[in-house]
Every structure is written in structure tokens, then in C-alpha cells.
Design a protein around this ligand. Structure first.
Ligand SMILES: Cc1ncc(COP(=O)(O)O)c(C=O)c1O
Length: 386
């Protein structure tokens, strides 16, 4: 019998089950509307695709330096300076294969087996699963609608002892909510005072609809900021993410990523250079305007359809909805909804191990028309009637 480690026994992404069922339904009925994908439905900006094509004909595309090519680290530093008003140099930036690659490497660089790392519940499940696979203890902060599903200093003060790390996301997945800048600053100060490494996932920055986003680096240069071309830049499959890291972590990150990944995908690094151009920005702001319009439609129509959302999404492209009046089995309910009307949602159990059985996540990253059609179908479905 071949060996399988105990540490690999982490939870699967339940959304994968929905995706499999949705693909089946698409083959049999051809009518699926995917409100379950956590990614833009648009391709990379044209300037990024052009940069990729140019790179394939002018560059060798071998390995690069482990931390990423210098022009890309320059472009990322400039981007942070322009969008967050923080002073970032290329030396602060380490590029990885997606922010997912950045998280794994960072957790290895910063935490030891047995360290406790806190995160929000609801929250992005890969934090929990990756930390557990690396032998860390995960402490979930119960963040309800009262704090718009975000952590507060009061919650940290109530912990029996300070954790080794705290992961926050703003805008967040699955809720789309943003931590107000004063609260984020207070959290960053608390972490500095208590020797807790703050990991601030800012990969949805750029996708917000009125409420301002702040960077943790405005307050604390001891924090780690996480970025990615996946969401605002519409480049999920290109696998480019980065960290802004304090000096003490830079060398361990570089050494670990050199061993684990050698380097981020080279052609994608050149493509990403195109994503930071003014031409790309115009295209990407067009996507943001579309998400904003679809979000308005959702906020207006969710109550009429019978879905309850207690915290309107300030950012990202997700609405986190309560279906407790309809079911206490969100996995089965999502399966039934798909079979009834071809609309694919994500069951909440992926994001919340305690309350997720009566929650679902809707992604509004698709076209406004598609989301409108999905709402029409749900309004007509018996599954939406208590
Ligand atoms: C909050 C959050 N962080 C990180 C990621 C990972 O993104 P990527 O590896 O594509 O940069 C995701 C993906 O959905 C996410 O929602």
C-alpha cells in the first residue's frame, strides 16, 4: 500500500463538487449559469496578452531569479505607491506562483509546527487547510454580521494569548466586506505590540464600490501584504502573486521559494508587466464598472428573490447569503437548485465550518445579464419558497 501523510487529510473545496455537477448539467441541458466561480469571466487585459506574445518571440523564457524579474517588482512597487500611497521599493516585493504560492511559502517561512494562527470565520478556506497541512493550529475568530464578518481589536483582546499570526482579508472572500481603515490600523498596531505576524490579504484591492480600502503597510511595516494579478487584473490562470515583506522575512522567503518553485512562471511575469500599464487600467476599470452595476442589481433584487444578505458587499464580487429559512443543508440545497433551474451557487460550508450549512455564496463576476437571468430563475424556483 502506498503511503499517504496524515497532514494531507485536509478538507476539499466543496465548490469543486458543484463545478462537477454544473459541467454535467451543461452537457445534458446546456443552460447553466455559474454564480459559483471566484474569478472574472473576462480574459487578461489586452496589453498583458500582447506582452505575453511578445515575450514568447523575444525572450528565452528560462528560469528567472527566484523573487521575480526586477521590472515586474518595480511595476508592483509603483502600483502600490500609486493606489495605496505607501512607500514600496522593488526590494520589498517577492513574486510567487499566485498568491496561493505566496501563502504556502510565507506560512513556512514565518511559522513553526504547533504555532497558532488566527483567521476569520467565515473566511477563505485555503488559509485554514494550508496552515493545517503545515502543522499549525488554526484559531477561527467568530466574525458575524455585527462586525460585517471582519475581525476587531476587541476580538483579539479576548483571546487567551496572542497568536503567532493573524490572517485578514479586505475585501474578503466570501463576504466582500472591507475592514475600515482605522480598525485595520488598530489591528496592525495590536499585532506589532503582541508579536503577532499580521498577514493582510489585499488581493481584491481595486475591486471596491465606494467604501475605501486601506493597506496594512500604512500602519505597520512589520506586517506582510499579499497581492495577486488574479482578481482586479483578471488573470487567475497566469499564476502571479506577490508579497510585500518586512526585511527579516525576505531572505527566508527567497530561499524557500527558490527550493519550492524555482521561480514564478516566466511568461506570466512578462505578461503581468502589461497589466500594470495605463492601457490595461482603462480596460480593468471597465470591468470594475460592470461589477458595480451588477452589485446594484443584486442588492436590489436579493430580498425579492428570497435570499438574505446581512452585509452588502463593499468589494470583491461576492454576496454572502443566509438560506436558514430554506434549508440547513447548503450542499444539498445548491445541488437541488442546480438540478431545478441550472443556477450554480457555492455552499457556505467551504467558508464557514459552523454556520456554513445555512449560508451560500453568490459570485457576481459574470455578466450583468447573466446574473439578472439567474435571479429570474431563482425567483421562479420552489426551492426559494419557505
Ligand atoms: C481571499 C483570497 N485569497 C487568495 C486567493 C488565491 O488567489 P491566487 O492564488 O489566484 O492569487 C483567493 C482565490 O480565490 C482568495 O479568494
Amino acid at each position: 500500500m502506498s503511503r499517504v501523510s496524515r497532514r494531507s487529510a485536509v478538507e476539499p473545496f466543496y465548490v469543486m463538487e458543484v463545478l462537477k455537477a454544473a459541467a454535467q448539467r451543461q452537457r445534458s441541458h446546456g443552460d447553466v449559469i455559474m454564480l459559483c466561480a471566484g474569478q472574472p469571466s473576462t480574459p487578461a487585459p489586452e496589453a498583458a496578452r500582447e506582452a505575453a506574445v511578445a515575450a514568447t518571440s523575444t525572450q528565452v523564457l528560462g528560469y528567472t531569479e527566484a523573487s521575480g524579474i526586477l521590472p515586474l517588482r518595480h511595476a508592483i512597487a509603483d502600483h502600490h505607491r500609486a493606489t495605496s500611497g505607501i512607500d514600496v521599493t522593488p526590494e520589498d516585493v517577492v513574486v510567487f506562483p499566485g498568491s496561493s504560492g505566496a501563502f504556502t511559502t510565507l506560512f513556512l517561512a514565518a511559522f513553526d509546527v504547533g504555532d497558532t494562527v488566527a483567521m476569520t470565520r467565515p473566511g477563505y478556506p485555503a488559509y485554514r487547510n494550508t496552515l493545517q497541512a503545515l502543522g499549525c493550529d488554526v484559531l477561527e475568530l467568530d466574525c458575524g454580521p455585527g462586525t460585517r464578518y471582519q475581525p476587531t481589536v476587541a476580538m483579539l483582546d479576548a483571546l487567551p494569548e496572542p497568536p503567532a499570526g493573524l490572517v485578514v482579508a479586505s475585501p474578503a472572500n466570501p463576504t466582500g466586506t472591507i475592514i475600515d481603515s482605522e480598525e485595520l490600523a488598530a489591528i496592525a498596531r495590536w499585532c506589532e505590540d503582541h508579536g503577532t505576524l499580521l498577514v493582510s490579504d489585499e488581493i481584491y484591492h481595486g475591486l471596491s464600490y465606494g467604501r475605501p480600502t486601506a493597506s496594512a503597510w500604512r500602519t505597520s511595516r512589520e506586517a506582510v501584504v499579499v497581492g495577486s494579478v488574479s482578481k482586479y487584473f483578471s488573470m487567475t490562470g497566469w499564476r502571479v502573486g506577490w508579497l510585500l515583506a518586512p526585511p527579516s522575512l525576505r531572505r527566508p522567503l527567497e530561499v524557500l521559494t527558490g527550493n519550492l518553485n524555482i521561480c514564478p512562471p516566466t511568461v506570466s511575469q512578462y505578461a503581468a508587466l502589461g497589466a500594470f500599464t495605463p492601457q490595461a487600467r482603462t480596460e480593468l476599470e471597465g470591468h470594475r464598472a460592470r461589477y458595480a452595476a451588477t452589485r446594484e442589481l443584486l442588492i436590489r433584487r436579493l430580498p425579492e428573490v428570497g435570499l438574505r444578505s446581512y452585509a452588502p458587499p463593499d468589494g470583491a464580487f461576492y454576496a454572502w447569503c443566509d438560506v436558514a429559512h430554506l434549508t440547513d443543508d447548503s450542499v444539498g440545497w445548491c445541488r437541488d437548485l442546480l438540478a431545478d433551474c441550472g443556477v450554480a451557487l457555492t455552499p457556505g460550508v467551504d467558508f464557514d465550518t459552523v454556520e456554513g450549512h445555512h449560508m451560500v455564496r453568490l459570485s457576481f463576476a459574470g455578466s450583468t445579464e447573466e446574473v439578472g437571468e439567474a435571479l429570474d430563475r431563482m425567483a421562479a424556483s420552489p426551492l426559494l419558497r419557505p
